[in-house]
Design a protein around this ligand. Structure first.
Ligand code: NAD
Length: 376
């Protein structure tokens, strides 16, 4: 069974799908891995290191893809690249399946079995394959490092003969995987950290990483069985905004990480709230690529609104590409390892398995995923 790992083609993407350490572990199990020449260039890993790990290096991308039984990559493929793949092959990557109708249809029409890494279920067994979490964790870290760099103040309290500096105030909205890592990172840098999440159970998690959980009464909120927040009503969002305006106005840094899985991110920090903030303060909108939590934020830009710097830079995990690649690679390794049939030396796409049922989107010329059926 031939596995192919092509280079990432998205402009500016530095992460790679698999690092040599995981190639080595897979080839040791009898997985035949072919990589595109230059795969690791962006993270300074040479082809020779992949070869040492047991991979074959191909310089012809089309040839590499056209006879692969399994394709592993990070970003979704271009629609026109699918026609080059073998009918019936397995393709594993992020797919943004709720928004990529055309791509989904192309996978279906080309009879390719596509696994969407976004849809790996959030179960204990699948945790080691959960790329959303592994990347969100690093993204959360990066939000704080970016904000600290842009802020013209130090984060920790300093008591010196020249006077006392009070700690910077950081407010984190959304305390999921990324938000919790942001709280922990800001705390480690000595800031005074407050955070809010609509899921009531998040309060305890906020406190456990050293943040102060802000209480805003917005009535009953719910989570899905996968632990994702459900969408708030417009009234609840308004109550939330009112409750937050004062905290934002006192904050040096506001970081928003609030997403609702598969839907547009809610607008939480409005233009009024930005206006109420002190010039020189910084906002990082981590949800910018999903529609944005902050009014006025722009994808891949930093905008100055009345002296407040709104950072909307995308692909935050890509800023720590070595570690992000290491984690994504481990997620892919764990997925292959879980379903690798040692005797037959094949990937066992077990349609009865709940992990496969959760993340497989197309198979046998059909859209097979329950979450996507009816959305095509
Ligand atoms: P996410 O990226 O979908 O959202 C980030 C956070 O934003 C969430 O905590 C969400 O509650 C919050 N949010 C949504 N709307 C908001 C609003 N209007 N105001 C404030 N906050 C808002 O979520 P995530 O980080 O991927 O994870 C969500 C939950 O799932 C967490 O509890 C996490 O621990 C859990 N989880 C479980 C597993 C597992 O069991 N294997 C794996 C990963 C995550």
């Amino acid at each position: 069974m031939k596995f192919a790992i092509p280079r990432e083609t998205h402009p500016g993407e530095k992460r790679v799908a698999m690092i040599p350490g995981d190639v080595k572990k897979l080839t040791a199990k009898g997985v035949e891995i072919h990589i595109e020449a230059g795969l690791g260039e962006t993270i300074k890993v040479t082809d020779a290191l992949y070869e040492e790990a047991g991979a074959k290096v191909a310089s012809d991308r089309n040839a590499l893809l056209s006879d692969a039984d399994v394709v592993l990559r990070l970003r979704k493929p271009a629609v026109d690249e699918l026609s080059e793949l073998k009918k019936g092959c397995l393709h594993v990557s992020y797919l943004d399946p709720f928004n990529e109708k055309e791509l989904l249809e192309a996978f279906r029409a080309a009879d390719i079995s596509a696994i969407s890494m976004e849809l790996i279920p959030r179960t204990t067994r699948a945790q080691k394959m959960d790329a959303l979490s592994s990347q969100a964790n690093l993204a959360g870290y990066v939000t704080v490092v970016l904000a600290a760099d842009r802020l013209d103040k130090a984060l920790p309290m300093m008591m010196t003969p020249a006077g006392t500096l009070s700690p910077a105030r950081v407010f984190i909205i959304g305390a999921g995987v990324a938000g919790l890592q942001a709280i922990a990172t800001a705390k480690r840098l000595g800031a005074r950290v407050e955070a809010f999440d609509v899921r009531p159970e998040a309060a305890e998690q906020i406190e456990s990483v050293g943040g102060k959980a802000v209480k805003i009464d917005i009535g009953v909120t719910e989570s899905t069985k996968d632990g994702y927040a459900k969408q708030l009503t417009p009234e609840q969002l308004e109550m939330q905004r009112k409750g937050m305006a004062k905290i934002c106005s006192n904050a040096d840094i506001v970081i928003t990480t609030a997403q609702v899985f598969g839907r547009k991110a809610p607008v939480i920090v409005t233009a009024d709230m930005v206006e109420g903030m002190t010039p020189g303060s910084v906002i990082v909108d981590m949800a910018v690529e999903g529609g944005g939590n902050v009014e006025g934020s722009k994808v891949d830009e930093e905008v100055d609104v009345g002296g407040v710097n709104i950072i909307g830079l995308g692909n935050l995990p890509g800023r720590v590409a070595v570690h992000a690649s290491q984690m994504y690679s481990a997620n892919l390794y764990n997925l292959v390892d879980e379903f690798w049939d040692e005797e037959a030396k094949t990937f066992n796409l077990n349609l009865e398995d709940e992990i496969i049922q959760g993340c497989l989107v197309t198979h046998g010329g059909e859209v097979v995923n329950e979450k996507l059926k009816g959305t095509e």
